[in-house]
Design a protein around this ligand. Structure first.
Ligand SMILES: C[C@@H]1O[C@H](OP(=O)(O)OP(=O)(O)OC[C@H]2O[C@@H](n3ccc(=O)[nH]c3=O)[C@H](O)[C@@H]2O)[C@H](O)[C@H](O)[C@H]1O
Length: 450
């Protein structure tokens, strides 16, 4: 297993590893020591899943000691990717040394160049939504080295794209795809890296399911002329609630069931200071108790110091804004929490879907916008906060969205709750996830034998 060096990628790769180890696979998990320190506790089969600490070489532009994407603003992750590209020899040595039969990777497009000469198989595992790939990273786009698509071209889905809802609007949203043409890693742009990895591997795998992204996955299979294996959401069974001993459990325990609004924006989102302050004022304005876990905004060393004047005093006892990494899944399972305001990163999307919370979404990156369209436009299980000019999120719109979903008399809020309950029933059906893993194991075994 060799995921991109970001929590939103390492986490699902680890959950998949747990599922496969539970079915007799022996796994070497290649990732930096800092990721092992933060996420290693997710390993449920330490006797079958062995971490191999990746040593990143120093790279100009990458602050010393940085090993994961959550330590740097997203603009610097290009240099982190360069560092990852320079670990190719280490990865090859692990593949040879462990006599692996299969390598599962995502951003290291050069893995097939290692596995093919060794006569072993590689699977490119996408842990973003299928829409994030299908909307732009497909041959139908006619992308080639040096070619850059304009915002207007990006706002039009590629030929054959199977959805008119899960799309990016013209202007600001289509512009979010601009990063695809930027340098990302050694001598590649982001889109080249993804396309090369998907063209070079033996099969595509997607962290999704037929029920919500079947058409998109079918489209990808046609476009790449490759088998597409679905793993389902690979979410862990809710473990014993780690919050019991945590201070958040005590704080949350003081509120009525389902009354607290929880907000987190994943491991890679950094807000501008003014937008950060406007957002937290929206929670204050909503009138509901809230627990907000957000990284410090640009230019601030701590989240607390960036809070608006007098804010902490005004909300004392009702609301907390912390810069700490919190146990998101445990908080979502806490009976006092009734609403999850999130960025719709794919991991958080799945965790919101399988929670009992009402869902409000404030996407930041292109794939998060697409995930939001799927959730709000197709599944109709959550509410997207309307953005103003240039993507500004006002405190009024944040407050309105929270009040809409939290007000039991609100018609839209009720229909979202009903739809969410229906889909939660599908995903929490005991056999749902294991059926996908069983099928994935069958696919992989056939691939390795082929
Ligand atoms: C896949 C891709 O990678 C990135 O992941 P990112 O970390 O931002 O967000 P998630 O996928 O929700 O992953 C974040 C993971 O961190 C967990 N968490 C987060 C904050 C916290 O305080 N405590 C926690 O336990 C959370 O429960 C989730 O499992 C980008 O978003 C991208 O848009 C997304 O689609």
């Amino acid at each position: 297993m060799f995921p991109w060096l970001a929590a939103g990628h390492i986490t699902p790769f680890l959950h998949l590893s747990n599922d496969l180890a539970g079915r007799g696979f022996t796994i070497t998990f290649i990732t930096p020591q800092k990721a092992i320190d933060r996420l290693g506790h997710l390993n449920r089969h330490p006797n079958l899943i062995t971490f191999h600490p990746l040593t990143l070489p120093p790279v100009d532009g990458l602050p010393a000691g940085v090993e994961t994407a959550s330590e740097v603003p997203i603009e610097l992750t290009h240099f982190l990717c360069v560092a990852m590209d320079r670990t190719r020899d280490q990865v090859e040595a692990v593949v040879r040394g462990t006599r692996a039969k299969l390598v599962v990777f995502d951003m290291a497009h050069w893995v097939p160049d290692i596995t093919r000469p060794l006569g072993i198989r590689s699977v490119n595992y996408t842990v973003l939504g299928a829409s994030a790939i299908a909307i732009v990273l497909v041959p139908a786009r006619g992308l080639e080295k040096g070619k850059v698509l304009t915002e207007d071209e990006l706002a039009v889905p590629p030929p054959g794209y199977p959805s008119s809802t899960v799309v990016l609007r013209r202007g600001y949203e289509a512009g979010l795809l601009g990063f695809l043409f930027m340098p990302y890693g050694e001598a590649t742009t982001f889109w080249e890296r993804i396309s090369l990895g998907m063209k070079g591997c033996d099969a595509l795998a997607m962290r999704t399911c037929e029920e919500i992204e079947g058409k998109l996955c079918g489209y990808l299979g046609e476009q790449y002329d490759k088998p597409v294996f679905l793993t389902g959401p690979v979410l862990p069974e809710p473990s014993e609630d780690r919050l019991e001993v945590d201070r958040w459990a005590k704080w949350l325990g003081r509120f009525e069931p389902g009354s607290v609004v929880f907000c987190a924006f994943g491991s890679q989102v950094f807000l501008e200071r003014d937008q950060f302050q406007e957002l937290v004022l929206g929670f204050e304005l909503s009138g509901h108790p809230f627990l907000v876990a957000l990284k410090p905004p640009f230019g601030a060393s701590t989240t607390e110091e960036a809070l608006p004047e007098g804010f902490e005093e005004r909300v004392k006892g009702r609301g907390i804004v912390t810069g700490e990494w919190v146990e998101q899944v445990a908080i979502l399972n806490h009976p006092s929490v009734g609403c999850f305001v999130n960025h719709c990163g794919f991991g958080s999307m799945w965790e919101s879907l399988t929670s009992r919370c009402q869902i409000v979404m404030v996407p930041h990156l292109a794939d998060q916008v697409l995930n939001t369209r799927l959730m709000a436009g197709e599944l109709r299980v959550g509410l997207e906060v309307e953005r103003g000019e240039k993507g500004w999120v006002s405190k009024e719109k944040v407050s309105e969205a929270i009040q809409c979903v939290m007000n039991s008399g609100n018609e839209l809020g009720c229909s979202l709750r009903e739809n969410h309950e229906k889909w939660r029933g599908v995903f929490s059906d005991p056999g749902f996830m294991s059926r996908y893993i069983d099928k994935f194991v069958q696919n992989v075994n056939e691939l390795v034998k082929s």
